[in-house]
Each structure stands twice: as C-alpha cells, then as structure tokens.
Design a protein around this ligand. Structure first.
Ligand code: HEM
Length: 516
C-alpha cells in the first residue's frame, strides 16, 4: 500500500515520441490550470523545488520512498509539501505531528483519498482500507473489529495458528536434518498465506486452490504504484499498462470469490455445512453487507494480513542473527520460564518480557507498512502553523518516526532492552513508535498481528537452532529492503534450521518425528 516503483514515468518519458511530448506540454498547461483552481490561499509547509509538470515526482523515483522522504525531512523539517504530478501530498515525519494528524485532528484527517487502486480492486472504496470516512467505513470498521477480528474470534483460530506454525517449524527442521537450507522468507509467507486462506475460506490456498493462491500472489506482489494516479489526464492512455493489469486482477479475484461463495451457499442449502465457521460464513450471515462488499472486505483481510506479519518476523530473525548476544538472551528466557520439556504456547507469551521487547524493537525499526495508508483531509486545517486545504493527501512516515534521533538514542541500533521497564508500547498510544498507526484508522488487526509475530519468534528460537550458511558470520547478514505491499528483505534469508529440544517434546506436541 505504498508509493512504489517511482521509476515508471521518467523511463516512459525518455522513450516517447515528439507527438507525445507535445501532448504532455499541453497536459502540463491543463495541469497548471487544474492546480490553479485547486490552490487556495494560505501558508503551505516547506518543500524542495518542484519541476514543471511532474512536481516532486522524480524525487521519489530513485531508491525507496520512505528513505527519500527521511532525507527530505532532514532538510526541510518534519512537515513537507510535495506535488506528485497533479496530487498534493503532505508528509509528516515526527511524533508530535503524527499526534496532530492521527489524534488531535483525527476527525479531519481520517478519510482516504479516492484513487485508481480503490476503484479497481475495492469497488470504489466499498471495503474498509480504502473507504472514505462515511457510513460504509463506520459499519465495516465496527463489523471487522467486533466480528471478524474480535478477541473471541482470534481465540477461535488458536488451534489453526498452532497447527500451521508447527507444520512450518517441522518442515524447516526436516530440511535442516537433510542438510538443506530453508528460505525463511518463503517459509513464513507460505504459513501466513495458509493461515489467511483457511481463516477466510476454510481452504488452504497453497494446497487446495491453486487459482486462489496465484491471484493472491499476484495481488501482493503487484506494483501498487500507478503512475496515472498522479497524472489523471494520462489515465485514458494507460501508458504503464498498470490500470489494465490491476483491472484484470480485480476481475479475476471477484470472479473466483464469486464461485467460492456460490459453492458455500449451495453447501449451506444442502445443509452439508456443519463444519467450523470461517470468516466467509460470518460475513455471509450479515444482511447489511452486499455480496460485493463481502468480497472486497475479504480482500482487505488478504492484503492487510498476508505479508505484514511474516515480513515482521523475518526482520526480527534478521536482527537476532546479527546480534548473537541478544539471540542468546532471548533463547534463555523461555528456557528459564517454560523449560525445555514442552513447546511454547500462546498462553506463555505474556510471561516472556524480553520477547515482547524484541517484538516492539523490531516494529520500531521495521514498521513494515512504512508510510502507513494515505489519509485525506475532509476540510481545511492548520497543522504546525501551516494551512492544509481540504482534500489533501497526508502520509505519516512511520519509518522516520521510529528512527527519529531526536527521540531515540542510537536509533539504528537494534536494542530491545530500551523497551524493558518502559511504559512505551506500539499500540498507538505512544506517538514515538507507531507501526500500526493510531486513531480511528489504526490497524484493525493489531492484536492478531502482535500475537502471531510474538508466537512465531518465540517458537522459532525456542524449538529450533538457527544457523547461518557455512562460512558466514553475523556480520554478513544485510538489512537491504524492498517494497511490496509491505517492506520486506530484499535478499533471501537462507538458514540451516534444526530441532533444539528432545524429540519427545515435538512428538508430544503432535508432530510426526519418526524421520529425526
Ligand atoms: C505486523 C503486522 C501489521 C502491521 C505493521 C500493520 C500496519 C498497519 C498500518 C500502519 C495501517 C494504516 C493505519 C492508518 O491508516 O493510519 C493498517 C491498516 C489496516 N490493517 Fe494492518 N498491519 C498489520 C497486520 C494486519 C493484518 C494481519 C490484517 C488483517 C488480517 C490487517 C488489516 C488492516 C486493515 C483492514 C487496515 C485498514 C484499517 C482502516 O482503514 O480503518 N493488518 N495496518
């Protein structure tokens, strides 16, 4: 859900013909007129010099946008004004200004901008993530928090989470036993793909439905950045081909879920379905949501949940491997609190103080939804003395906030102990670390995400020994990032994973350990 692959436009520009350039000049005049109409008087936040036509678009072209925006903030301050083509964007990068946007003036900034993505994939924002602040938002937010992701519902999937995590751990241990490396990123994504599709549709995306698996894969790996969003006059030309691609993907998804829903309704009418309830059942039982809304709300769950948690777990393991002393301290904790005669269970997690500190420190340094989801002002407002017109996009640079040297000592150092004996949490109450955002658009699945991340890390370090490839030391592990729907490792993390506890422990947990 980030600004991604900003390279498209300039690459396209250089290859265009003279006629196209002439058309662009014409469009630029229209753009100026358009901006002129939109511009209201007032004192704007500072920002770098803008280019004609593309504004600041080129600045976000090279490198990762959250890094570039950090550099811009260093030079121009914690609130900047950017023109990305025809779209005005305010970016805030400090905890004080995040509080202003997400708490003090939340009532003004809690909407979402209209856009191509919401239109093409989410039926013009009839879902939750892309919904403007309207009745649909209120209804779907309430339904998701009290029905789909209530504590009771999260608890009802506990056995499923356990089964899938143990399956993951065991398959990694089997690879390790055969002296084969495990690609941790792939393993984690596979686990969460299965978790998501089983929670939603009672079917394992990986094993049972290749089509579903493929579509989800394409949706999560697709470039979500659409050049034409920033140059609406180019929309009919679809020069990047992104619009067509997203439209096709959206249609394929809706068609597939339609057939899943038809089958489910048929099963129900044949009263075959007395199996456990999944989230599709819950949604179908809600008479105030149309079939289309059901489909796009399910898509929110897939896209919100598919990548974020596994990417966070991989960042945690990355940093633990880079810091063997922290890894050792973390491993000692469950050994002391739980012992080595059984596996960690979800009920144990709150007793593991250092583990909780590791989770918070990981989310401080790697808030995987680095720029949050864009907010949108519904009326004119004043922020830090500047005038922000109505209908302005606002992005909060969560990455910059977690690494702000004015707030955090040695911000780039992975040091979980900074969260020990500290009241600071990551749940949107403390604005110096906001991996889930804050206010009325805060991540609706925060509790589920925190639970899954902590459970996975605890199980991995307690039940497994994790070794680096032969010849590697902790200094060889890089932290290069790449941007999809969340920020993940650029390079794979190939590890040798083996069982750490007596084989009896795994057997008692229900795993078939005959091979090892
Ligand atoms: C470590 C994992 C996760 C992180 C760091 C994360 C982070 C975020 C952030 C920063 C936002 C935007 C907040 C804002 O607009 O100010 C968000 C929104 C959202 N997230 Fe998450 N998320 C995670 C996991 C999940 C999961 C597992 C799901 C679904 C099962 C999910 C579903 C959503 C939805 C539906 C929204 C939109 C809420 C709204 O617009 O009202 N997220 N998340």
């Amino acid at each position: 859900m980030q600004v991604r692959d900003m390279g498209g436009l300039l690459a396209v520009l250089t290859s265009w013909s003279v006629q196209t350039i002439a058309a662009l000049v014409f469009l630029s005049i229209l753009l100026k007129v358009f901006r002129g109409i939109r511009n209201t008087p007032g004192r704007r936040p500072p920002g770098p010099p803008a280019w004609p036509l593309i504004g600041h678009y080129h600045l976000l072209r090279s490198g990762l946008p959250h890094h570039t925006l950090c550099k811009i903030a260093e030079k121009y301050g914690p609130i900047v004004w950017l023109e990305l083509g025809a779209v005005s964007v305010v970016v805030v990068s400090s905890s004080d200004l995040a509080r202003e946007i997400l708490k003090t003036q939340d009532h003004i900034f809690a909407s979402r901008p209209p856009g191509i993505l919401g239109d093409l994939l989410f039926a013009e924002g009839q879902d939750l993530i892309f919904s403007p602040l309207n009745e649909n938002f209120r209804l779907s937010r309430k339904m998701v928090s009290t029905e789909l992701l209530s504590q009771q519902r999260i608890d009802s999937f506990q056995n499923l989470r356990r089964e899938l995590l143990l399956r993951t751990i065991w398959s990694a241990c089997e690879e390790g036993h055969a002296n084969r490396y495990t690609n941790l990123c792939d393993k984690m994504h596979e686990q969460f793909m299965s978790l998501t599709t089983r929670m939603l549709f009672r079917m394992d995306g990986r094993a049972q439905n290749k089509d579903l698996n493929d579509i989800i894969h394409d949706l999560t790996r697709t470039g979500w950045f659409v050049t034409e969003e920033y140059f609406p006059l180019l929309k009919p030309l679809d020069l990047s081909g992104q619009i067509k691609r997203l439209k096709n993907l959206g249609e394929k998804y809706l068609h597939l879920v339609d057939s899943i829903i038809d089958n489910r309704l048929k099963e129900k009418s044949n009263s075959k379905s007395n199996t456990e309830e999944d989230l599709l059942d819950v949604l179908l039982a809600m008479s105030n949501f149309s079939r289309l809304q059901v489909k796009v709300l399910l898509l929110d769950m897939i896209l919100g949940g598919g990548e974020t948690s596994p990417d966070t777990i991989v960042w945690a393991i990355t940093e633990l491997l880079r810091h063997p002393d922290i890894m050792e301290r973390l491993q000692n904790e469950p050994d002391d609190v739980i012992g080595k005669e059984r596996l960690v269970e979800e009920e144990d997690l709150n007793k593991l103080e250092y583990l909780q500190a590791v989770v918070k420190e990981t989310l401080r340094m790697y808030p995987v939804v680095v720029l949050g989801v864009p907010h949108f002002s519904t009326e004119a407002a004043k922020v830090a003395g500047y005038d922000i017109p109505a209908k302005t996009r606002v992005m909060v640079n969560l990455y910059a906030i977690g690494r702000d040297p004015k707030v955090w000592e040695n911000p780039t150092k992975f040091d979980p102990s900074r969260f020990l004996n500290s009241p600071v949490d990551v749940k949107g109450h403390h604005f110096e670390v906001l991996p889930f955002g804050a206010g009325r658009r805060k991540c609706v699945a925060m509790n589920l995400a925190l639970l899954s991340v902590a459970y996975n890390i605890a199980q991995l370090i307690h039940a497994c020994t994790i070794s680096l490839p032969e010849g590697w030391t902790h200094l060889d592990i890089d932290v290069e990032e790449s941007l999809g729907t969340s920020v993940r490792r650029q390079n794979p993390l190939n590890l040798l994973i083996n069982r750490r506890l007596p084989s009896d422990v795994y057997r008692r947990a229900g795993l078939n350990v005959s091979g090892q």
